[in-house]
Design a protein around this ligand. Structure first.
Ligand SMILES: Nc1ncnc2c1ncn2[C@@H]1O[C@H](COP(=O)(O)OP(=O)(O)O)[C@@H](O)[C@H]1O
Ligand SMILES: [Mg+2]
Length: 310
C-alpha cells in the first residue's frame, strides 16, 4: 500500500496536506493521531470511499482512482459507522456478511459461530441486534470485518469504547489475519494499541506525517532508558546530580534527578552504591523506559489522548 502527497480539502480546510505512506504487504501500519488529524480521511481515500484532491495512492497493487473496483474487491473496511442490520440477529448478520463474501451456507454459518464465540456474543447470538448494547454492536460490527481475510484490511479506531477484554479479542483477531498474510492499516488514538500491533507507526498531525518508524525507533528518539532518583531533602539534589554525571536533569519541585543510562541494571547498582557511599538515602530509585506517550508528546508537542482511556 502506497500513498504519495495525498491531499484532501473540505471547504477551505486541508484535512490531508501532502500525506505519504508506504506499507509493505503483510504488515501492520498504525496510523496514530489526535482527533481531527486526518486519519479517517486517509482511510476513506485508500478504501476508495472518498475522492482525493491531489497526489496518488495504490492499494493491493491498484490505483485507487483509476482502478477503484479492483481495489474494492481486495479490501475490507471497518469504519466508525456501523454496518449492523438491526432487524437481524447477531448470527444472521454474520451469516449474511459471509454470504456476501461468497462463503457457502455451511461455511458462513460455521464462521459466524466462531466469531460469535471469539467476540463474546454467543449468548446473544439469536437476539436481534436492535436489543444489543453499544459495546455488543461494536463487537458484532468488528466481527463482520473478520469473516474473510482480505488482502488489505482497514480498521478505523477499532477498539475505541471497548473494555480491555474486548480490546484483547480484537488485537488477537488482527494478529491472526496478519499471520494469514493480510496487510492492515489501523488508526488509533491509543498508543499501547499501536505498540502492541504495529510493525510501523505513522504519526499524523493536522494532515501531515509528523513522524514515522517502528515503535522502538520512535521511543529511542527520546534517548533511550533513564534512571530517576527521588530524594527527601532538596539539599541532596546536587550530590545526586554529581553521582548521575553529565547530562543529569534536576527537577527541584519533584526532588528528582534523572539521567540517560546505557546499561540499565549495572547503572542501577552503580548509582545505588555511590549514593550510599555519600550517605544519601534515596526515597526512590527507578529505571524507566520511554513510552510511546513520551515519544508522541515530544514529536507533536501535545498528548495523544485527551479523554480517559477504557
Ligand atoms: N465530510 C467532511 N466535511 C467537512 N470537514 C470534514 C469532513 N470529514 C472530515 N472533515 C475535517 O477534516 C479534518 C480531519 O478529519 P478526520 O479525517 O475525520 O480526522 P480523524 O479521523 O483523525 O479524527 C477535521 O478537521 C475534520 O473536521
Ligand atoms: Mg476518525
Amino acid at each position: 500500500m502506497l500513498a504519495e502527497g495525498l491531499r484532501k480539502r473540505f471547504d477551505e480546510k486541508w484535512a490531508l496536506d501532502g500525506f505519504d505512506l508506504a506499507v509493505p504487504a503483510g504488515t501492520v501500519c498504525g496510523l496514530l493521531g489526535p482527533n481531527g488529524a486526518g486519519k479517517t480521511t486517509a482511510v476513506r481515500i485508500l478504501a476508495t470511499l472518498l475522492r482525493l484532491d491531489g497526489g496518488r495512492a495504490e492499494v493491493a497493487g491498484h490505483d485507487v482512482e483509476r482502478e477503484a473496483p479492483a481495489v474494492r474487491r481486495q479490501v475490507a473496511l471497518n469504519g466508525q459507522q456501523s454496518t449492523v442490520d438491526d432487524v437481524l440477529t447477531g448470527r444472521e448478520n454474520l451469516v449474511m456478511w459471509g454470504r456476501l463474501y461468497h462463503l457457502s451456507r455451511r461455511e458462513a454459518s460455521a464462521r459466524a459461530d466462531e466469531l460469535l464465540e471469539q467476540f463474546g456474543l454467543t449468548d446473544a447470538a439469536d437476539k436481534r441486534a436492535k436489543h444489543y448494547s453499544g459495546g455488543m454492536r461494536r463487537r458484532l460490527d468488528l466481527a463482520s470485518s473478520f469473516i474473510t481475510a482480505p488482502s488489505v484490511l482497514f480498521l478505523d479506531e477499532p477498539t475505541t469504547g471497548l473494555d480491555p477484554r474486548n480490546r484483547g479479542e480484537v488485537w488477537r483477531e488482527v494478529k491472526r489475519v496478519v499471520a494469514d498474510g493480510t496487510t492492515v492499516l489501523l488508526t488509533t488514538q491509543y498508543l499501547d494499541e499501536a505498540d502492541q500491533l504495529a510493525d510501523q507507526i505513522v504519526v499524523l498531525d493536522t494532515g501531515r506525517v509528523a513522524a514515522q518508524g517502528t515503535p522502538d525507533q520512535l521511543k529511542s528518539r527520546l534517548g533511550g532508558d533513564r534512571i530517576e532518583v527521588v530524594v527527601r531533602d532538596a539539599g541532596e539534589l546536587p550530590v545526586v546530580a554529581e553521582v548521575l554525571g553529565a547530562g543529569a536533569e534536576v527537577d527541584h519541585d519533584a526532588f528528582r534527578v534523572s539521567a540517560a543510562v546505557a546499561d540499565r541494571v549495572a547503572a542501577l547498582t552503580r548509582v545505588t552504591s555511590a549514593l550510599a557511599a555519600r550517605g544519601v538515602e534515596a526515597e526512590d530509585i527507578a529505571l524507566r523506559r520511554p513510552t510511546l506517550d513520551d515519544a508522541f508528546l515530544a514529536i507533536t508537542g501535545h498528548k495523544a489522548v485527551t479523554g480517559v482511556q477504557a
